[in-house]
Design a protein around this ligand. Sequence first.
Ligand code: DHB
Ligand code: FE
Length: 279
Amino acid sequence: MARIVGGITTSHVPAIGGAIAKGLQNEPYWKPFFDGFGPVRQWLAEVKPDVAVVFYNDHGLNFFLDKMPTFAVGAAPEYRNADEGWGLATLAPMAGHPALSWHVIESLVGEEFDPVSCQEMLVDHALTLPMLLLWPDQRWPVKLLPICINTVQAPMPSARRCYKLGEAVARAVASWPGDEKVVVIGTGGLSHQLDGERAGFINKPFDLAFMRSLSDDPHWATRFSTRELVERAGTQGIELLMWLAARAALPGAVTQLHTSYHIPISNTASGLMLFDSQD
Ligand code: DHB
Ligand code: FE
């Protein structure tokens, strides 16, 4: 039986890719952010997961506003990024795990979720930058299973629904007969708003309460509607739904091993958490 061994939740911001390309990791602006990843990389080197299930939101690379699935699951043999307009480098292709992907898709549909299955899927900065932060040498030691949640066009799935999706993904992984170790990653947030009257909006008290809740009371964010979450976290801060789905996918006793929070990275309050999960 495959096992979920832990979870990582992190922000994603295109400017991170520019900083890596220019080698700015030790500049005062970037150092507190990049330093946060050391303990997480160390944990990955020790635990050596075989598969990464990544909850992320596509920003217009694979899905555009004309066709917007609420949930989409990658079932491709390989994933690549492409030009999104941010000037980000093309990364080494990432191997998929189609057999496990199809098992997860079948299990989700069996539980009355209706994901789009993607046998071809471009992955954008929301997925590639966290991968690059976790494995900077691009020799990806994990097979990738991307799960995309719409947070770019209304209507968006509720926090409750995303929590249930995470739980359903955990059940799907647990029922897979292989012996893979799986790390669950959620990328997005924390509070930020890129446009409109509140452009630049950041809500540190809310972010810290949300991060605390993932340890103490993981259902906490499910009490909020999408509108309430947007009010509190900003129009793009709603990406925190990825963190919620990832946290919900952690079975058994969950221990928080590492956390960092830093304002700002570009327009975003950036956060990072690492959880160990003992089933
Ligand atoms: C920024 C943040 C995001 O989540 C994103 O997808 C694009 C840009 C930013 O802060 O600049
Ligand atoms: Fe984003």
